[in-house]
Design a protein around this ligand. Structure first.
Ligand SMILES: NC(=O)c1ccc[n+]([C@@H]2O[C@H](COP(=O)([O-])OP(=O)(O)OC[C@H]3O[C@@H](n4cnc5c(N)ncnc54)[C@H](O)[C@@H]3O)[C@@H](O)[C@H]2O)c1
Ligand SMILES: [Zn+2]
Length: 357
């Protein structure tokens, strides 16, 4: 299936990796291409990709392989990638291909946005998180020390090629993290996606449809607010608390896991404050558990710790902070509050929060 985002296509197809060369050539024509990937993904999929690129007549440069993990999403690795691109003689008409998860996509996308003032790049997401979220929307960045995604650019890919078969090698935890972002999308704007995820007995059977719906939803939101000044902020549902939980755990809690519990906390608070029915929260915790996510993980920390950590969030603008709250099943709204009020909001989420017993 193909999702047309307006500026580029997202192709979601089992086995697409084998046909990557043909799909990419259709978009770029003859050119030199350089694959950027990490040390986990390279032994799994780099060979198949390069073979397909070559068989389609594309000129393949030496791949750039960096150490897997968020620690590589920094200016030093970015510089190495840029030097490698120059050493390999990439010109304005050539392309870079990001083969991997969100780290690879963000790093490689940003490199392509600044190299020779911007060249084209292709995303081949190989994590569920990258497939449903980070590969679409044109946000690219690296971290600046502990300041996440602080140096970056808006730079849309020329093509996104998603082969769901590549997700088979993901760990259960990584898969669950991607599912958390998909459930997030359901609560932001897609009740049909929630229905599907709630009713399905076989995760593997619904993966393509889940990816397709998320890509469609995200593309629609992004097309209304590319530069993230309004409705695009809805994509942060669960993220204010989620980022705080990630930071408090010294990043031992994975992003998707933290976001899942952040969503549960904010939804509990929203229900307690009358913004949504209590059933919305009950449904949400059921779906999260079904996909291997712990809604109550935030209980490891106090409301004071969470709001303290959330205050460092870059989403704070002036003295105000915008949070996203579900208002129904597949509906949400933005709520801008004084940053000082966040602690009360979070306390309301803790009220009866430990109904896990
Ligand atoms: N640009 C955006 O819009 C956007 C949106 C959300 C998240 N992000 C960013 O995405 C990053 C997180 O993405 P992620 O969770 O994909 O992280 P990741 O890229 O680090 O991938 C997670 C792990 O899975 C491994 N992996 C990747 N594909 C695999 C496969 N098919 N089989 C086995 N292992 C595989 C990776 O090597 C890594 O160890 C963060 O840096 C976050 O800031 C960006
Ligand atoms: Zn996220």
């Amino acid at each position: 299936m193909i999702v047309d985002t307006g500026n580029y296509d997202v192709i979601i197809e089992r086995g697409a990796l084998e046909n990557a060369g043909r799909y990419i050539h259709n978009v770029t024509g003859s050119c030199r291409c350089l694959v950027s990937t990490d040390t986990n993904v390279s032994p799994l999929y780099l060979h198949a990709l390069e073979k397909s690129l070559m068989s389609s007549g594309l000129d393949v440069a030496k791949a750039f392989v960096f150490d897997a993990g968020e620690e590589s999403k920094n200016l030093e690795v970015l510089k190495k990638l840029l030097v490698h691109m120059a050493d390999e003689g990439l010109t304005r008409s050539d392309i870079v291909i990001a083969l991997g998860g969100g780290v690879t996509g963000d790093l490689t996308g940003f490199a392509s946005s600044v190299y020779l003032r911007g060249i084209r790049f292709v995303q081949i997401p190989t994590t569920m998180l990258a497939a449903v979220d980070s590969s679409v929307g044109g946000k690219t960045a690296v971290d600046l020390g502990s300041y996440k995604n602080t140096v970056g650019a808006f730079h849309e890919p020329a093509l996104v090629l998603c082969d769901p078969d590549t997700l088979k090698t993901l760990s259960e935890e990584q898969m669950a993290c991607g599912m958390a972002e998909a459930i997030k999308m359901g609560y932001i704007c897609d009740s049909k996606l929630l229905d599907l995820m709630k009713s399905s007995c076989n995760r593997d059977e619904i993966i393509e449809t889940v990816i397709e719906r998320c890509v469609n939803d995200k593309a629609e939101i992004v097309s209304e607010d590319f530069r993230d000044n309004g409705i695009r902020q809805k994509l942060n549902l669960g993220h204010t608390v989620g980022h705080a939980v990630e930071a408090l755990s010294d990043f031992s809690v994975l992003h998707g896991m933290a976001v899942a519990s952040g969503m549960a906390l904010i939804t509990k608070a929203a229900a307690n404050r009358g913004y949504c029915e209590p059933e919305i929260y009950d449904d949400m915790t059921d779906i999260l558990k079904k996909y291997g996510l712990d809604p109550y993980l935030y209980l490891r920390y106090s409301p004071e710790e969470i709001s303290g950590a959330a205050m460092h969030d870059k989403k704070k603008r002036g003295g105000m902070i915008t949070i996203v709250i579900p208002t129904g099943y597949g509906n949400s709204r933005l709520l801008t509050i004084q940053a000082t009020e966040l602690i009360d909001f979070i306390r309301d989420g803790f009220d009866n929060g430990n109904d896990s017993e």
